[in-house]
Design a protein around this ligand. Structure first.
Ligand SMILES: Cc1cn([C@H]2C[C@H](O)[C@@H](COP(=O)(O)OP(=O)(O)O[C@H]3O[C@@H](C)C(=O)[C@@H](O)[C@H]3O)O2)c(=O)[nH]c1=O
Length: 187
C-alpha cells in the first residue's frame, strides 16, 4: 500500500495496485500497519458508513465543530471528485481546497484530518462513498459550508443536480467561521 502526502498537511492518499485475474480483481483498501507509520491509528475508527449518490449530486461541504473528526473516504462504486478544505487555524494552506479523483477502479482512499471540511460530487450513476470515521455521529456538531462559497471557489466538474435541504441552506465560510471555535483567526 502506497501513502502519498497531499499539498494540505495531514491529508493522505492511500492506495494499492488492484490484482486482476479471470475472476475480477482484488485490492487492499486499508492496511493498519502502513497507516500507523503515517500517524493514522486503525483502532481510532469507530464507525464505517456508506452513502449512494446519483450523478451530479454534491454532498458537503461538511465540517465537525468542537474537536472535529477524522475520516478515511473511498469511492467503492462509481467515481467521485472528493474535496478537502483546510479550516485549521495556522495551517499554511488555511482556506484552500484540494480535489481528489476517487474511483471504483482505483479504490483509492483519502485520509482527512480533523479541522478540514469535506464534500464530494458523484461523477457516475450511481456512486457509493465509503467512510471510516473516528467519532460517533453527532448532528449537533455538524456544520455545513456552502458548496458554492465564492471565496473557496471549489470547481465542481459537473452541473450540481441535487443538494440536501441542509446543504442548500448552508452559508459561506465567512458567515459561519465563528461557529468553528474561538481559535479560528478573524479575517
Ligand atoms: C453522516 C451521518 C448521517 N446519518 C443520517 C442522518 C440523516 O438522516 C441521513 C443523511 O445524513 P446527511 O444528510 O448528514 O448525510 P451526508 O450529507 O451524506 O453527510 C455526509 O457528508 C459528507 C460530505 C461527509 O463528509 C460525511 O461525514 C457526512 O457529513 O443519515 C447517520 O445516521 N449517521 C451519520 O454518520
Amino acid at each position: 500500500m502506497q501513502v502519498t502526502r497531499s499539498r494540505i498537511a495531514g491529508v493522505l492518499v492511500m492506495e494499492s495496485e488492484p490484482v486482476l485475474d479471470e475472476r475480477g480483481w482484488f485490492v487492499r483498501t486499508f492496511d493498519a500497519d502502513v497507516a500507523r507509520e503515517h500517524g493514522v491509528r486503525a483502532e481510532d475508527f469507530v464507525q464505517d458508513s456508506v452513502s449512494r449518490s446519483h450523478r451530479g449530486v454534491v454532498r458537503g461541504l461538511h465540517v465537525r465543530t468542537g474537536r472535529g473528526e477524522a475520516k478515511l473516504v473511498r469511492c467503492s462504486r462509481g467515481a467521485l471528485l472528493d474535496v478537502v478544505v483546510d479550516l485549521r487555524p495556522g495551517s499554511p494552506t488555511y482556506g484552500e481546497w484540494e480535489g481528489f479523483e476517487l474511483t471504483e477502479e482505483s479504490q483509492r482512499s483519502v485520509y482527512i484530518p480533523a479541522g478540514c471540511a469535506h464534500g464530494f460530487q458523484s461523477l457516475r450513476e450511481p456512486s457509493d462513498t465509503s467512510y471510516r470515521i473516528d467519532r460517533p455521529h453527532d448532528p449537533a456538531e455538524s456544520l455545513a459550508i456552502a458548496h458554492d462559497d465564492p471565496d473557496l471557489a471549489v470547481a465542481w466538474p459537473l452541473p450540481v443536480t441535487c443538494l440536501s435541504a441542509g446543504d442548500r441552506a448552508a452559508r459561506p465560510l465567512s458567515e459561519v467561521r465563528h461557529l468553528l471555535g474561538p481559535a479560528l483567526p478573524a479575517r
